[in-house]
Design a protein. Structure first.
Lengths: 252, 96, 313
């Protein structure tokens, strides 16, 4: 695959992951378990949308056809989105929210740590900035999982359930296809296999502190990078894109 | 509807730049210090207002009593010799 | 000191424009008045997150989305500053929330109106935050220290809120015919409720006497409302929108706008729980609070376990 073509797809994948998860968190505005946490969750959402915008802008530049960040966000349909299925999963209860967040943030923490030394300037700069934000997201979700796991009996089984439900969605983050292989070969992105052990160790440490029992493997989520999503994306995009779709000629 | 816990209160102090004093900016409610720190960061530093945060349980603060302020603070009032402006310097003397 | 002496000293402090701080002696009525006013202000910020929060997922551009998210976050933050200020007067957050949930405490009437189109995001920022700014700028000089400091902080953050709203509605008013119609419609629906935000006429306002004597309020309802109207008309004219008041007229003599009669019965109904969204807003808030109980309990339980571990160690 042409390196530029791979780079374009890679940036869109990063942008799509951030956008859909940012959307999920934005749904929680005014619904947090207490006011301070409301701010924390929307803060993460804001950070993610910032990452979305950076990646979509970079994608537009690589593509060179004049597409803007909003073109990517509002004018593509479900099969064109390449986010992982993890980020589409619903917010559920607070336990579901932080379980999803932990897996996402721990992965991206390790990825950004490596990616910030990429020879591609844009990727490196993006990773360096996002690493700071992601470090905080990781801290937030991990600390909450510890508290829920080692809190009350109710919180313990709730977070245990939440982690079980989402556990097998983590594999998709480590999938590699032609896009990844092309960029790995060009030395532009790290091979995710190099930090898989670190990823698992970080998470296991949290699970131990949280007194979580061994988690079950369910269906190994996959398909997102090919545009085959869960049913949820079909409900997310119509809402997200509703205004520009209804008024295609208008500027906002 | 249960009237339940809304967590202890923590006072928040922010240092806006290294070397400057910590300033009291308000408080947050949190179950423990780690969460208090995170919440304080989210609430009080969104506009790059700080490089360092202290949080302290409100009930750990020892405060002077306003009723005692006469005894506590007025005695400093007449000790103006603690201020440099009290002293007359010969004209022309530099660096003093 | 005798209460009479304390009261004199207290009033003298107020007259000297000195701030009253949490540990200072204060008359019971001063304390009660402030608890009521500050907590209602806090509840307003928090409930106000809902009408705007429900549009975040539909913001029509990424920029609009992050700006709206940041704005609503600010409102949560303002709620927190104000709850803190109220708590400094000797009431707990639990009690404050219970008062909200049992409808003992009120919040600003405007948030009981629905936000029906994206243009409402413009109108809310422009008119509702605009009105709030007029009120809050004045409150920066309120006599109670924590409230005053909270207001200074809030005012700094509030300025982008109004600009954000005005930018949205200007773009629409100067945009396509459909957008313009949406903008005018939003103004039509939000105008009078925004004027009602300033409360009843001074003559009909029961708390004004003490509020003025104790410098809790620095200007009256009518004065603030007039300020808001005078500055907003021009903003509407510039973008070609018409304020829905046929009696609106510039008065050369007073150098203010004369305006039509406000429907006070509508305000009364909304304040007493019978507005379009009252039930919805409270149910939403109660639900979030109840849904979060297990989380709060867990955090407390964990903290207690850590404290117990420390004792044993």
């Amino acid at each position: 695959m042409d390196v530029n073509e791979a780079l374009l797809k890679y940036c869109l994948r990063l942008g799509d992951d951030a956008m859909i998860l940012g959307h999920r968190l934005s749904e929680l505005c005014s619904k947090g378990p207490y006011l301070e946490e409301d701010i924390a969750l929307t803060n993460i959402s804001l950070d993610l949308f910032g990452q979305t915008r950076m990646m979509y802008t970079t994608a537009g530049e690589i593509e060179g056809k004049g597409r803007t960040e909003d073109d990517f966000a509002y004018k593509r349909l479900e099969p064109e989105f390449q986010n992982v299925l993890l980020v589409e999963q619903p917010n559920g209860n607070f336990g579901n929210t932080v379980a999803r967040q932990m897996i996402f943030s721990v992965f991206y923490y390790h990825l950004f740590k490596e990616l910030q030394t990429s020879s591609n300037e844009k990727l490196a700069a993006f990773a360096a900035k996002s690493l700071k934000e992601t470090t905080y997201h990781m801290r937030h979700s991990c600390e909450w999982i510890v508290r829920l796991g080692d809190g009350t009996e109710e919180s313990h089984w709730k977070i245990q359930d939440a982690l079980n439900d989402i556990w097998s969605y983590r594999h998709e983050l480590f999938e590699k296809d032609e896009v990844d292989e092309t960029l790995i070969e060009a030395g532009l992105i790290p091979d995710t296999v190099t930090f898989k052990a670190a990823f698992e160790a970080t998470i296991q440490d949290v699970l131990d502190r949280a007194t979580i029992e061994e988690l079950e493997e369910g269906w190994k989520a996959t398909g997102g990078r090919k545009g085959h999503h869960s049913e949820y994306l079909g409900h997310i995009l119509p809402i997200f894109q509703s205004i520009p779709r209804t008024y295609p000629e208008s500027k906002w | 509807m249960s009237a339940d816990n809304q967590f202890p209160q923590w006072e928040v102090f922010i240092q806006s730049k290294t070397g400057l004093p910590y300033k009291h900016v308000g408080n947050v409610h949190a179950a423990d210090g780690e969460l208090a720190l995170q919440n304080a960061r989210d609430l009080y530093t969104r506009r790059q207002e700080g490089t360092s945060i202290w949080v302290l349980p409100t009930d750990q603060i020892v405060a002077s009593n306003p009723d005692d302020s006469d005894a506590f603070f007025d005695p400093a009032e007449d000790k103006i010799y603690r201020a440099a402006t009290y002293y007359t310097m010969p004209k022309g003397a530099k660096h003093i | 000191m005798e209460d009479v002496n304390r009261l004199e000293a207290f009033q003298a402090k107020i007259d000297r424009e000195e701030k009253i701080e949490p540990k200072d002696w204060m008359p019971d009525d001063y304390r009660k008045h402030l608890i009521r006013q500050i907590s209602q202000h806090a509840h307003s910020e928090v409930v106000g997150m809902q009408p705007e929060g429900q549009w975040i997922s539909r913001a029509p551009s990424l920029r609009a989305k992050v700006v709206l998210l940041a704005k609503v976050q600010d409102e949560a933050g303002h709620g927190l500053y104000l709850y803190s200020a109220a708590e400094s007067l000797g009431i707990s957050r639990d009690e404050l929330l219970e008062q909200l949930h049992t409808e003992k405490a009120k919040y600003s009437s405007i948030f009981n109106y629905p936000t029906l189109t994206w243009a409402d995001m413009g109108a809310v920022g422009w008119l509702v935050d605009g009105a709030a700014i007029v009120n809050q700028v004045s409150l920066q000089r309120t006599s109670y220290g924590p409230y005053s400091r909270g207001m200074v902080r809030i005012c700094k953050e509030e300025s982008f809120h109004q600009r954000q709203g005005y930018e949205i509605i200007s773009e629409m008013a100067l945009g396509s015919p459909e957008q313009k119609q949406m903008a005018q419609d939003a103004l039509n629906r939000m105008w009078w409720p925004s004027l009602m935000m300033f409360g009843p006429h001074d003559a009909d306002s029961p708390n004004t006497g003490n509020a003025t004597k104790w410098k809790i309020k620095r200007e009256t309802n009518d004065e603030l409302r007039q300020k808001f109207i005078d500055k907003t008309i021009q903003q509407a004219t510039v973008i070609g929108l018409t304020v829905p008041d046929p009696d609106l007229k510039w008065n050369e003599e007073t150098e203010h706008y004369d305006f039509g009669p406000i429907d006070w019965s509508e305000l009364k109904e909304v304040i007493h729980g019978r507005g379009p969204c009252n039930k919805q807003r409270l149910n939403h808030h109660r639900k979030a609070h109840n849904d979060g109980a297990w989380v709060r309990e867990a955090a407390n339980a964990y903290a207690q376990k850590q404290r117990d571990k420390k004792k044993v160690a």
